[in-house]
Ligand binder design. Structure first.
Ligand SMILES: C[S@@+](CC[C@H](N)C(=O)[O-])C[C@H]1O[C@@H](n2cnc3c(N)ncnc32)[C@H](O)[C@@H]1O
Length: 248
C-alpha cells in the first residue's frame, strides 16, 4: 500500500474507563517489549493465520480485531486481504502504539482504538466481521457477555465472528492449565497466573473458556456458533469458534 496509508489511534474510553483495570498481553505492562518475540517464538503467528483462513474475509470488508494488542492478528488479516478495513481495539495504549509503528513500517492502513471489548467502536450493523485472538481469556465473565452482545449489535445481518482462544472440551476444565511443553510460549501462557500485578492496570481475571465461547455466542443471539477447528498448541488447547449474526 502507498506510504500515505492511514494509521491512527483513537481514544474510545469514557472518563470512568480511564482507571478501569485490564490484564495486559504478557500479564504485566513492563513485559510488553518482549511480547512480540515471545509470541513469535511460541508459534502464535500460525494461530493467527489459521484464524484468518477460517474467517474468510472478503475484499473491502469492515473488520474489528478485539483485544488486538500489538496488532498481529490485524496484520494477518491485512496480509490475506489487503483491502479489508481493519480496526484494532485494546485498552493498552502502549500496545496500540507498537501496533501503529508496525503498521507504518509495513505501509498498511490501520485504525487503532483504545477501549474495552464490551464497547466495540462501530455503528450498529456496520461490521462484516469481528475477529479476536487470545484476548477473551483476559476479560472477566460479565464483560465477555457484554462483548458478545455488542459484537452482535455491531455486525450486519449475516456478518460473522471468529474467535481463537484457549478452551474447548480437552482443555482441562475450570480455567485450569494443562501441562504442555516448556519454553517461552509456555511462560507467556502462565505469566498472568504467576505474576499478580498490583498496579492500576491489575487484571480482573484470566481463565480458559472450556466450551464457553460457543455458549457465550449462542446466549448473545448468534446463529450456528460452533468450534470449527482447534490446535493443540504447546501452551494449551486453542479453539477456533465461529458464528454469524442471523440474517434477519
Ligand atoms: C494475549 S494478548 C493478545 C493480543 C493479540 N490479539 C494477539 O493475538 O497477539 C491479550 C490482549 O487482550 C487485551 N485486553 C485485556 N483486557 C481487555 C478488554 N477488557 N477488552 C479488550 N482487550 C483486552 C490486552 O491488553 C492484550 O493486548
Amino acid at each position: 500500500m502507498a506510504a500515505s496509508a492511514r494509521v491512527r489511534i483513537l481514544d474510545h474510553r469514557t472518563p470512568q474507563e480511564r482507571d478501569r483495570p485490564f490484564l495486559p498481553g504478557a500479564g504485566k505492562t513492563w513485559l510488553l517489549p518482549f511480547y512480540d518475540a515471545l509470541t513469535r517464538l511460541g508459534g502464535v503467528r500460525v494461530l493467527h493465520r489459521r484464524a484468518v483462513e477460517i474467517a474468510g474475509i472478503e475484499p473491502g470488508q469492515a473488520v474489528a480485531d478485539v483485544g488486538c494488542g500489538t496488532g498481529n492478528l490485524s496484520f494477518a488479516v491485512l496480509a490475506a486481504q489487503p483491502s479489508a478495513r481493519v480496526t484494532g481495539l485494546d485498552p493498552d495504549r502502549a500496545a496500540l502504539r507498537r501496533a501503529a509503528r508496525k503498521a507504518r513500517r509495513r505501509g498498511v492502513a490501520l485504525t487503532l482504538v483504545q477501549g474495552y471489548a464490551d464497547r466495540i467502536p462501530a455503528e450498529d450493523a456496520s461490521l462484516d466481521h469481528v475477529v479476536s485472538a487470545l484476548a477473551l481469556h483476559h476479560v472477566d465473565d460479565e464483560s465477555r457477555d457484554a462483548f458478545a452482545r455488542d459484537a452482535l449489535r455491531a455486525l450486519r445481518p449475516g456478518g460473522k465472528i471468529t474467535i481463537a482462544d484457549f478452551g474447548g472440551p480437552a482443555s482441562g476444565g475450570g480455567g485450569g492449565h494443562d501441562s504442555h511443553g516448556g519454553g517461552p510460549a509456555h511462560a507467556l501462557r502462565h505469566l498472568p497466573g504467576l505474576i499478580r500485578p498490583r498496579t492500576a492496570h491489575a487484571p480482573a481475571a484470566a481463565g480458559d473458556h472450556d466450551d464457553g465461547i460457543v455458549a457465550l455466542l449462542t446466549r448473545a443471539g448468534f446463529a450456528d456458533a460452533r468450534e470449527v477447528a482447534h490446535s493443540d498448541h504447546r501452551f494449551g488447547r486453542v479453539a477456533f469458534v465461529q458464528a454469524g449474526r442471523p440474517a434477519s
